[in-house]
Design a protein around this ligand. Sequence first.
Ligand SMILES: [Zn+2]
Ligand SMILES: [Zn+2]
Length: 295
Amino acid sequence: MGLQFPESVKTNWNSYLDFIEPFDEKYAFTLGNTEFDKPISLIVVPWAVALFSYVGWGFLFLPLDFAAPVRERKAIQGRKFQPKKKPEWKDVVKTLKLVLSQFLWMYPLTFFLGYPLITKYLSHDRDVPLSIVNFITASFLYVCCSEVYFFSYHWLMHQKPFYKMCHKLHHEWTAPFALTCLYFDAFEGFLNNGVVAVGPILCGAVFGKFNHMLYFLLYINMGILNVAVHHCGYEIPGDYIPGFALSMAHFHDYHHEVFNKNFGIIGVCDYIFGTYGKYYAAVDKFHSRNKQKQQ
Ligand SMILES: [Zn+2]
Ligand SMILES: [Zn+2]
């Protein structure tokens, strides 16, 4: 048996299915050879999870830059990687305009186009795997797939002609803030969805397990939290383990600062391919600057 999540996870998942299935039946349709028999569960729900995750996590970080009582605390100021650069409200408006407009067409279109893969390789069973080992294995596999996928296509996006065509837009922000985490050209945003989808879909295709829809929805939420942390501009407690793992937020902030280093998510691929530049020196500089301030 091993360690298990409580039975209530399965009960709640089944209650959710009882609620959503009549809507799926009502709005099911066929297009070409594809039968869209679960359009609400497999298109609308993942889209809504992505939207609420983006808005929820993105706004949660806003006080760091915009609420004076938070922003001016010494402990918060010391955590900012690029203290001389501060976002303004007009930056927030500009970012939301682009990202939310893409939520109206590009993200629904992505789930619509990805429907054949999602319906073929993801499990929508009532029987949710409750094993904690299963969940940890799935999470590990998803993160590995995301790292390889994101590193590869992100590196490609920095080559000619893709940088000018697509990725330059994301790099308008040399000191990003959390809401800019999905600020991309639409084509690149479309490819970005693969960062969260590649793991669950590959697991389904290769192993026929670690591919439950509930895992996928959770991974969308956690993936967006992760990418929001990556772009928040601050060292977040828990984002690094002293003596073992460096801050992922600092890792990606450095990418925005210097443009052509640190292409991955957790840094493994950059370590293997030597594309981390002077990142470790920058981390040392950041910590010694903070130490001096505290003395
Ligand atoms: Zn980049
Ligand atoms: Zn970025």
